[in-house]
Design a protein around this ligand. Structure first.
Ligand code: ADP
Length: 490
């Protein structure tokens, strides 16, 4: 697609190997897989394919680093210093990481440069600050005992991440786990392993002890499943589909390891007629088309109050159709390519099913161009609320719009989903905003905004969107356990 890309490729993309015990190694099986550039459908590079045996080796390295290595015994502030150094190395290599992420994932360079990479650095810097502030409490329970709690790391954490924000998801997982003194085996998604492997180089450069961070690329049903079931893993953290989340939970049951899951969504974006409609239209655009719709909290169910609906969806379709889609390395591109052939086909299948179910296609609905996994921003109206496009997570640039009348119907419709990751409400009425925010069963509710994130603010799901909260102080709960100590005084 972009000939300009070719001369720069060798500088950014190198073959990937597993990072175990501080060294880059080939997989034990000698197998490898290709990483594809979704914008060109061409092979970027080959990556060693980890499976069960490699996971065993990585878990053994992480176990040794935890049991006998310096990491959990290090002064917490010194752990923080290393995390801060890693944050600085990410920032120093931001342009290269952004290009690598864009090549591997297909998302626009403007986003990797301004969102993914700087936010990943910020997450490490934020948890660097927490490292020496994680402590227990004294509890005045009885007069004849001195009682206190200790916050201790779980030990070896397995972390399985998706392909939609590859480096950022690695940061969300690694930073709090490491700040708490755990060691980690990270499995990146097979579609996008490259930035996690570059991060492993930066981990080595920063001077983390061997075995503290291990990165094993590989497929979900082999490497991922082995990690989730591993008896030597004390905690498993997963971000991905609800379907795979269920498998992780089952696999974790063998040794009852601690589990946290950040799963799918079908988030309602609710616009009342009294809202600032221009702002709400832009919010709806951001809510569904950001990152090609490959966002777990995408505002894929858009409810517009009846009196504002027709005007609203017309404006929405106009802006959606005008978004600049194309070469992800072009700084002015707003919508890139879907991550893989499989996602591309799946999304086109959903669009086709929407048309079959009688929904009206207002804009989009087809692939863009002839090469690359580009799908046009797509707006449906007149959608049957039981249709697949209305209920299932599409994970693509496809929004279904509905009408409603009044606050009670808005809340009922918003909550009519098995998911509960995020929601938004647009209104100028502050009472209505608070009432709806409290009534919606979702882990995040945005009012007059969409996709607002900050490292300090927790994120996670109600219902089938997951368990546990990442980011903020809450993530420290995922990566520590509490020990109670009783000292007899009499
Ligand atoms: P998607 O279907 O959108 O690709 P997944 O939930 O399948 O999302 O993938 C998210 C992550 O989970 C990836 O790293 C993938 O390799 C991993 N994964 C997929 N299947 C399994 C499994 N059975 N056990 C463990 N991990 C898995």
């Amino acid at each position: 697609m972009s000939a300009s890309l070719v001369p720069d490729l060798p500088a950014v993309v190198t073959p990937g190997r597993l990072f175990i015990d501080g060294r880059f190694v080939e997989s034990l099986s000698g197998k490898s897989f290709d990483s594809i550039n979704p914008a060109t459908e061409e092979v970027l590079t080959s990556v060693s394919e980890g499976d069960r045996a490699d996971i065993d080796a990585a878990v053994a390295a992480a176990r040794a680093a935890f049991e006998t290595g310096p990491w959990p015994r290090m002064r917490p502030r010194d752990r923080g210093r290393l995390l801060l150094k890693l944050a600085d190395l990410i920032s120093a290599n931001a342009e290269e990481l952004a290009r690598l992420e864009t090549l591997d994932n297909g998302k626009p360079i403007a986003e990797t440069l301004n969102v993914d990479i700087p936010q990943a650095a910020e997450v490490f810097a934020y948890y660097a600050g927490w490292a020496d502030k994680i402590h227990g409490e004294t509890i005045p329970a009885t007069n004849d005992h001195f009682t206190y709690t200790l916050r201790e790391p779980h030990g070896v954490c397995g972390q399985i991440i998706p392909w939609n924000f590859p480096l950022l998801m690695a940061a969300w997982k690694l930073a709090p786990a490491l700040a708490c003194g755990n060691t980690v085996v990270l499995k990146p998604a097979e579609q996008t392993p490259l930035t996690a492997l570059r991060l492993a180089e930066l981990v080595a450069e920063a001077g983390f002890p061997p075995g503290v961070v291990n990165v094993v690329p590989g497929y979900g049903p082999t490497a991922g499943a082995a990690l989730a079931a591993h008896p030597g893993v004390d905690k498993i953290a997963f971000t991905g589909s609800t379907e795979v989340g269920r498998l992780i939970q089952k696999a974790a049951a063998g040794n009852l390891k601690s589990v946290s899951l950040e799963l799918g969504g079908k988030s309602p974006n609710i616009v009342f007629a009294d809202a600032d409609i221009d702002a709400a239209v832009q919010g709806a655009i951001r809510g569904i088309f950001f990152n090609q719709g490959e966002v777990c909290c995408a505002g894929s169910r858009l409810f517009v109050e009846e009196s504002a609906h027709d005007h609203f969806v017309e404006a929405l379709a106009g802006f959606a159709g005008a978004l600049k889609q194309g070469d992800p390395l072009d700084a002015s591109t707003q919508v890139g390519a879907q991550v893989s052939d499989e996602q591309f086909e799946k999304i086109l299948g959903y669009i086709e099913s929407g048309v079959q179910a009688g929904a009206t296609l207002l804009t989009g609905g087809a692939r863009q161009g002839e090469k690359g996994y580009f799908i046009q921003p797509t707006v449906f109206t007149g959608v049957d609320k039981n249709a697949a496009i209305a209920r299932e997570e599409i994970f693509g640039p496809v929004v279904s719009t509905f009408t409603f009348k009044g606050i009670d119907e808005a809340i009922a419709e918003g909550n009519d989903s098995n998911y509960g990751l995020a929601a938004a409400v647009w209104t100028r009425d502050i009472k209505k905003a608070h009432r709806v925010a409290q009534a919606l069963r979702a882990g995040t509710v945005w009012v007059n905004t969409y996709n607002a994130f900050d490292t300090a603010v927790p994120f996670g799901g109600y219902k089938e969107s997951g368990t546990g909260r990442e980011l903020g102080v809450q993530a420290l709960d995922l990566y520590t356990q509490t020990k109670s100590v009783w000292i007899a005084l009499d």
